[in-house]
Design a protein around this ligand. Structure first.
Ligand code: AMP
Length: 114
């Protein structure tokens, strides 16, 4: 049995709308979207959070980030722009302890974030 929510989604134990998958990562639509396009991209390997990633994960993290930009482009977000977010720990707003990147687009974002 899988442990984290995103492991369960990767194992098809919990349904999700998958927008991209390869041997290392999965991209799904967020269940509670905060923008017209809101996609979560995570490694299948359950790294808890960015603060827990070591140098051995550099290749995986680079792959994750480059795919985030590629997926944003496929979503039609490249021309107007979009935001990539990683929430780390309680003050960062992290609720799922399995490292993931948010890609948000389709509306103008505010800065600083609330
Ligand atoms: P974070 O707050 O950065 O940990 O992000 C977790 C994200 O996962 C939130 O934006 C949630 O809306 C999203 N989420 C929670 N459960 C699911 C689910 N079953 N399928 C898709 N997204 C989910």
């Amino acid at each position: 049995m899988s442990n984290t929510l995103f492991e369960k989604i990767a194992a098809r134990e919990i349904p999700a709308t998958i927008v991209y998958e390869d041997s290392q990562i999965l991209a799904i639509r967020d269940i509670n979207p905060q923008a017209p396009s809101h996609i979560l991209i995570f490694p299948k390997k359950p790294i808890s959070r960015i603060a827990d990633a070591g140098p051995e994960e550099a290749g995986l993290l680079g792959h994750l980030l480059l795919k985030a930009a590629e997926i944003a482009k496929k979503e039609g977000l490249a021309a107007e722009g979009y935001r990539i977010v990683i929430n780390n720990g309680p003050h960062g707003g992290e609720t799922v302890p399995h490292l993931h990147v948010h890609v948000l687009g389709g509306r103008r974002m505010q800065w600083p974030p609330g």
